[in-house]
Design a protein around this ligand. Sequence first.
Ligand SMILES: NC(=O)c1ccc[n+]([C@@H]2O[C@H](COP(=O)([O-])OP(=O)(O)OC[C@H]3O[C@@H](n4cnc5c(N)ncnc54)[C@H](O)[C@@H]3O)[C@@H](O)[C@H]2O)c1
Length: 363
Amino acid sequence: MTRLRIGVFGAGMVAQVEHVPNLVHLREKFELVAVADPSAKARGFMESRFGVATDPSFDALLQRKLDAVLIAAPDFAHVSAVEKALTAGLHVLAEKPLCYDPKDADRLIAAQKAAGKVVQVAYMKRFDQSYAAALGLIEGLGAKLRYISVEKTEPDASYQMGHHFYRASDDVTPEMIAEGRAETQKQVTAALGKSISGAVFRGYTGAFCSSLVHDVNLVHGFLEHLGIKQVEASAAHVFAGAEGASATMRVGGDQALWQMVHINVPHLAEYRERVALHFDDRIVELVFPAPYLNHQPTRLIVQRSNGQRYETTEVRDGFAEPYIAELEGFHMAVTSGAPVKTGIAHAKTDMTLIASIGKLAAA
Ligand SMILES: NC(=O)c1ccc[n+]([C@@H]2O[C@H](COP(=O)([O-])OP(=O)(O)OC[C@H]3O[C@@H](n4cnc5c(N)ncnc54)[C@H](O)[C@@H]3O)[C@@H](O)[C@H]2O)c1
């Protein structure tokens, strides 16, 4: 088996809790060469816990002999890091959101074509076995779709990952944090065509671009499978001081409606994420577990009838972990040319819709 030499940029929460342990776990497929992060604390954690070499910057990481990089740096840093990695001739697995401004995705598509390398966006829920099973259950039902609902309630991070080994990267310099804020503002302004601030800015960058982006991608995957192309945002709100955000989309003109809400429930020790597709004769629903629990199956619940007989079935298809499956998918795409499930063009579709949602929320 071809072993890919991979470097990781960003050694924060998701790298510490998921990507780095999972790369170590998949040692037959990946040789973890080094991890780069400006935080000395995060680098120290990576060295002591995983025995991996570290670099203080992405540029230093790119000096090493690598085949691929995994980008888990803050959102604003994704576009420039993907560009640099492609220029260096590397395959890329990049965290979501790939970009704020969909025009940046066009630049990345051109860079990817020129480099001839794989770029996969880290939407791990697309590698969930229950999601694949749900796709199988909705085959040919496009004309019957009436309603899609997405509801996500999120507790504080401490409830979700208090059981993991984790060291916060809280020693990044104030100058770097200020630069990151300014860069985020610049990219969001380019995406929305105007500058936003306060709760709308927090709701846009947090609830929509960082959290619901996963669900937007899941629903886009369902709609692609159903052969439905037309999706148009018709209303959007940021509420509860940016602790909540919601959007409504028309799907296929007047055929169906898609409603989506994210709400923080900081002191409820329970994460819940439901995506339900309502057809005229059945409801297909996915209930995702908290992401960092690992190996918790996603529930796939199907409600159907045969005449007066009503049935609810729950399907579970093993205990594979989507964060691991996405790494395996990336490895396959690079080593055997398998199609990329979540490429730049998919992320562009997601971020184009989210930008239109942001414009409505900011209106
Ligand atoms: N796919 C998922 O389920 C998932 C889950 C969590 C986070 N994420 C994404 O992964 C990325 C990292 O998220 P996280 O929760 O680990 O964040 P984090 O803040 O814990 O980690 C970010 C790391 O990047 C480093 N960094 C690199 N360049 C930096 C710069 N210029 N300024 C400031 N810090 C810099 C920080 O020191 C820190 O260690 C984000 O894009 C986030 O949206 C994805």
